[in-house]
Write a protein that binds this ligand. Structure first.
Ligand code: MG
Length: 351
């Protein structure tokens, strides 16, 4: 236990460490004491995650003499909204928190996005620590500083870039994760393999995950770190992280968000690699290998919607600025490139 600890340092507008390993949460007290002496902590979590983990987190803070409160909200994407955000801000004010204090986001992507935004807003900025509890949040949303809530008009429409000051990925927490939620994260892991790391892809395709969890998460975080370091504010290279995501967003939207993000990304990667090869945008057909990797990791490979339905959903997406859209094409497993195309070209590709 605790033997395989990995550390990835991110150098964005803030410098911070992502620490990955079994029971890394035990480090929380000593880290807060050294990084933010005599600060108080508000833990933010949803009711589902709280039932598994909040007692342990509170006990660690109590044992270290760190005063703490907890704000717990209902589990689910519906909570990623302005109303819950402002309830959290009012709670912080009521409990007399200040900008010297620390918000700890304990949960998946919803919790991380909501808490990250609150940390940027409350008194114009307080400290932020991310403790992602899902594989998806560990490899993706807890690193890179994107925060947001959803508006009536669409997902992630109100947010800011706000990097955390520490990320603790505790692989012990993955043990209590439902199978389908773990699989969801594997879709993003496979994505990292396709866009940047053939060796990672092979490990995952062969299903050798459980014994390599720390290493796999560290590699995903490193890939994201390298891309974010180059393009923190998402004006260029960061788009590579969106492989499979254009189609995925359309699938999620068509399903009224019943289909999970990971499942949608899985199918999006299959469709995009097939379409890119058929239309001569890439010389290599990666779809077969991607399908093998997805099936090995209990992810779907086929789409319940017609391509025309996906196209309609895509052109109403916020990422479709000025009638053009960036698509990410696998040149080979481990290497990909972005191509900016018009919506007419997209329509042709999906025909
Ligand atoms: Mg994603």
């Amino acid at each position: 236990m605790g033997v395989f600890m990995e550390k990835v340092s991110v150098n964005a507008s803030k410098q911070y460490d992502v620490i990955i390993g079994y029971d890394t949460i035990a480090l929380l007290g000593s880290k807060i004491k050294s990084m933010f002496p005599s600060s108080n902590v508000c833990i933010v979590s949803d009711d589902r995650v709280a039932s598994f983990h909040i007692d342990k987190v509170k006990a660690i803070l109590d044992d270290n003499g760190i005063a703490n409160e907890a704000f717990v909200f209902p589990n689910g994407e519906k909570s990623k909204c302005p109303q819950v955000l402002f309830e959290l801000l009012e709670f912080l004010a009521e409990k007399h928190f200040s900008r010297r204090d620390v918000l700890v986001a304990l949960g998946g992507g919803v919790t991380g996005d909501l808490t990250g935004l609150a940390a940027a807003m409350f008194m114009r900025g307080m400290h932020l620590i991310q403790i992602p509890t899902t594989l998806l949040a560990m490899v993706d949303s807890s690193v890179g500083g994107k925060t947001a809530v959803n508006l009536e008009a669409g997902k992630n429409l109100a947010g800011v870039f706000n990097q955390p000051e520490l990320v603790l990925c505790d692989t012990q927490m993955l043990l209590t994760l439902p199978k389908e939620i773990f699989a969801d994260g594997m879709a993003e892991v496979i994505k990292y393999g396709v866009i940047a790391d053939k060796e990672l892809f092979e490990i995952v395709k062969d299903g050798e995950i459980q014994n390599n969890l720390e290493k796999i998460i560290a590699r995903c975080v490193s890939i994201k770190r390298d891309i974010v370091n180059e393009d923190e504010f998402d004006t260029g290279r960061r788009q590579l992280l969106n492989f499979g995501h254009t189609i995925a967003h359309a699938i999620e939207k068509n399903s009224n968000f019943e289909i999970s993000h990971g499942s949608a990304v899985a199918v999006g990667m299959v469709i995009m690699s097939e379409v890119a090869y058929k239309n001569g945008l890439t010389q290599v057909d990666c779809s077969g290998e991607i399908i093998d990797a997805l099936l090995e990791n209990h992810l779907p490979i086929s789409c319940p919607y017609k391509n025309s339905e996906l196209y309609e959903a895509t052109i109403s997406d916020k990422k479709c600025a000025g009638g053009r859209i960036s698509i990410i094409i696998p040149d080979a497993i481990g290497k990909c490139s972005a191509k900016n195309i018009s919506i007419e070209e997209l329509k042709g590709l999906l025909a």
